[in-house]
Design a protein around this ligand. Structure first.
Ligand SMILES: Cc1ncc(COP(=O)(O)O)c(C=O)c1O
Length: 367
């Protein structure tokens, strides 16, 4: 099976892990050991942010950003429903209400116009997601946020290497949250990071990452244990160096797939709108017309051929059993997309022969 994504780990990562193990220093009780600090500095530089706070998962990064921004019970946070559940989960954990809005069917990202319509007196924050690695349309969202005094927390979990208006994603947000889960463009196994240019927020999140402590056993605020271990950071430092090569390989695979799949009339291919650079975490196509209803059969047929096609995401969050309590939403574009999209492997381990096989198989099934 050609998996939808797969980590690329080599001797360099193994050596870096062994070095940490030999040092005997595995974690720092107050948040960041020397390797974590090195990883934070390198990642901050990569995304052009003043501060980076490493944590143990992308979900922890999102929760820390929400908690750091002071989101609490009674507040509302606007987000897309067409995303991984973590984006909504952390709002619910904070006791606030996730307010779901529809997407733009061309990009599958949150529609800024729908954000404006969903504003109430209780709205405190907006959480755009760079879905599949394509930057959300941040300028209009920033304009709305500035006008209404809202915090922007960008879910950039899938967008390492993506840029918007020539700047790395996250630049237009108060805080951007990243994941280093094993499938991501770069990985630490499990891991996450928050980047921000706000020094005060960064300091608060650093304390919250480790029980709200500045000094041992003197919690200044409510916190958690979201610390990243040194071994993970050691893998992250190596993966970050390799990331440009990984991204170039993904882009190459995307170019080949697009050239072939462009021949099909009933497919909507992923785009890179002007001024945006995709990270190509996922290459997500959409079935148009009558073939749309055959999506699940096509995914199954591709899998039978050994192509690890996957659907992100089959159930929009507002339709998940737990999240129905937050209200009944009419999100037609989200619901249509959830029925018609499917993603194909473009990760750096996919070779020319395999992209040829993938496009040939898709064309045969949708033709
Ligand atoms: C859009 C999105 N948000 C949040 C997360 C959560 O990250 P993690 O799995 O590292 O907790 C992920 C990744 O799984 C994701 O794809």
């Amino acid at each position: 099976m050609i998996p939808i994504n797969a980590p690329r780990l080599g001797e360099e990562e193994i050596k870096a892990v062994v070095k940490v193990m030999k040092s005997g220093f595995l974690t720092h009780g107050l948040g960041a050991g020397p390797v974590v600090t090195k990883f934070e500095k390198a990642f901050a530089k990569f995304v052009g942010a003043k501060h980076a706070i490493a944590v143990n998962t992308g979900t922890s990064a999102l929760h820390l950003a929400i908690a750091g921004a002071g989101i609490k019970q009674g507040d509302e946070v606007i987000l897309p429903s067409f995303t991984f559940v973590s984006t909504a989960e952390v709002i619910a954990i904070a006791g606030a209400k996730p307010v779901f809005v529809d997407i733009d069917p061309e990009t599958h990202n949150i529609s800024p116009k729908k954000v404006e319509k969903a504003l109430t007196k209780k709205t405190k924050a907006v959480m755009p997601v760079d879905l599949y690695g394509l930057p959300a349309d941040m300028q209009p969202i920033k304009d709305i946020a500035d006008k209404h005094g809202l915090t922007i927390i960008e879910d950039s979990a899938q967008a390492h290497g993506a840029s918007y208006k020539g700047k790395p994603v996250g630049t237009f947000a108060d805080a951007a949250c990243w994941s280093f889960y094993a499938s991501k463009n770069m990985t630490t196994g499990e891991g996450g990071m928050i980047t921000t240019n706000n020094g005060e927020l960064a300091e608060k999140m650093r304390f919250m990452r480790s029980h709200g402590e500045k000094e041992k056993y003197k919690s200044l605020m409510l916190g958690h244990n979201y610390r990243m271990p040194e071994i993970q950071a050691a893998i992250g430092c190596v993966q970050l160096k390799k990331l440009p090569k990984f991204l170039a390989k993904r882009r190459e695979n995307v170019k080949r797939l697009t050239a072939e799949l462009g021949k099909a009339k009933n497919l909507q291919l992923p785009k890179e709108p002007k001024g945006c650079k995709h990270s190509w975490y996922l290459y997500t196509i959409r079935l148009k017309g009558p073939k749309g209803n055959k999506r699940d059969k096509i995914v199954e047929a591709l899998r039978q051929k050994g192509i690890g096609a996957e659907v992100y995401y089959t159930t929009p969050i507002h339709l998940m059993p737990y999240y129905r309590k937050f209200g009944r939403y009419r999100l037609p574009e989200t619901e249509k997309a959830a029925k018609h999209v499917l993603s194909l492997p473009v990760h750096p381990g996919v070779n020319t022969k395999q992209t040829g096989f993938i496009s040939e198989s898709v064309l045969h099934l949708v033709g």
